[in-house]
Ligand binder design. Sequence first.
Ligand code: NDP
Ligand code: GDR
Length: 371
Amino acid sequence: MSKVALITGATGQDGAYLSEFLLKKGYIVHGLKRRASLFNTDRVDHLYQDPHEANLKFILHYGDMTDSTNLIRLIQEIQPDEIYNLAAMSHVAVSFETPEYTGNADGLGTLRILDAVRLLGLEKKTRIYQASTSELYGKVQEVPQSETTPFYPRSPYAVAKMYAYWITVNYREAYGMYACNGILFNHESPIRGETFVTRKITRAASRIALGLQDKFYLGNLDAKRDWGHAKDYVRMMWMILQADEAEDWVIATGKTTTVRDFVKMAFAETGIELEFKGEGVEEKAYVKSCSNPEYQLEEGKELLAVDPKYFRPTEVDLLIGDATKANTKLGWTPEYDLPALVKDMMQSDLKLMKKDQYLKEGGYRIMNYFE
Ligand code: NDP
Ligand code: GDR
């Protein structure tokens, strides 16, 4: 008998990789998708099956983390062996603009899942993975950060995720449910959302190298993050739910890098060496050299400036995780290091942006609906 999984946030970065991973393991995968006015299933379109086919393995359902009745009905119908609760308003900066909605979807949404499982009497059948985050650590209390480091959240997103973390622990202790937090540090990939800093950088570096864009803007270049590859991290989500006991786990690479150095690494993939000058909001990056004859960028050209609009009201300065527990108890180690991650993202974005370049060279441009 195939195991049955429900993934909330199946259309997101992690949801897409996890769906693929579980399907390869022989699971039947049900995913939650939101109704939107445009198609929003790009990341999982390659897994799509015609609903008229027999023996469907990948099934998407409309739903929302703010709708209890929807979640209860779906969990009752699906009777999942495992739930991966990945759905969230996941952008830290945006959470300052939509704090109440973020609390509802990310905080109370988690309660809705846990309580649906309890109400339906599935406490002993259904294992639950909660997508917790290194943002819980917020203001630096300890370096590196492990399962025992105190939390100090610094955004409405992190505060909502802190509620989700503790309600997961509480339901485990109160009702004997198998519910776990994966405290995951930043993880990226070629399908990372375009407004997170790594993807914003790899897209811009690709477009600039190909002559599609002149320059771009970022916020805090000094922030340090522990960046891993989403593929390694979804594997660990599954491992967490296969463990004998329900526990909470830190998942990280143990290395930290500034946003500035990530920018340098991304441009280096195109043969462009950058020089940073100035400080704070005056800091800018210029072309120092360009070793790739394909890209015609003159020395000294300004490619990057700081725009304070990307600063956050409260920032998380330094994240670096200690995943010793996951490593020793579950045998998890990441396959990708940061250079391999940057290469993967840059190769993918260069390929993607070349399509735009061909269109531009052919005299085409992307039309809008009103032309
Ligand atoms: P994404 O932003 O790529 O995906 C989020 C998913 O949640 C999308 O499928 C989105 O749908 C869905 N979603 C958002 N709001 C709702 C809602 N109200 N109801 C139903 N679905 C909703 O995030 P990631 O894949 O990167 O992250 C997955 C989870 O892990 C998130 O909970 C995130 O907070 C957490 N996390 C992520 C880390 C990272 O570095 N990536 C690190 C630590 C934790 P739609 O596609 O329609 O927008
Ligand atoms: P983060 O990721 O906030 O760590 O949350 P993000 O990539 O948005 O920011 C990382 C750091 O880069 C700085 N930064 C910028 N960030 C963005 N988005 N855009 C910019 O222009 C920019 N310039 C500098 C930020 O200030 C920050 O310090 C991610 C999300 O996936 C969360 O859901 C997840 O919980 C955490 O990672 C772990």
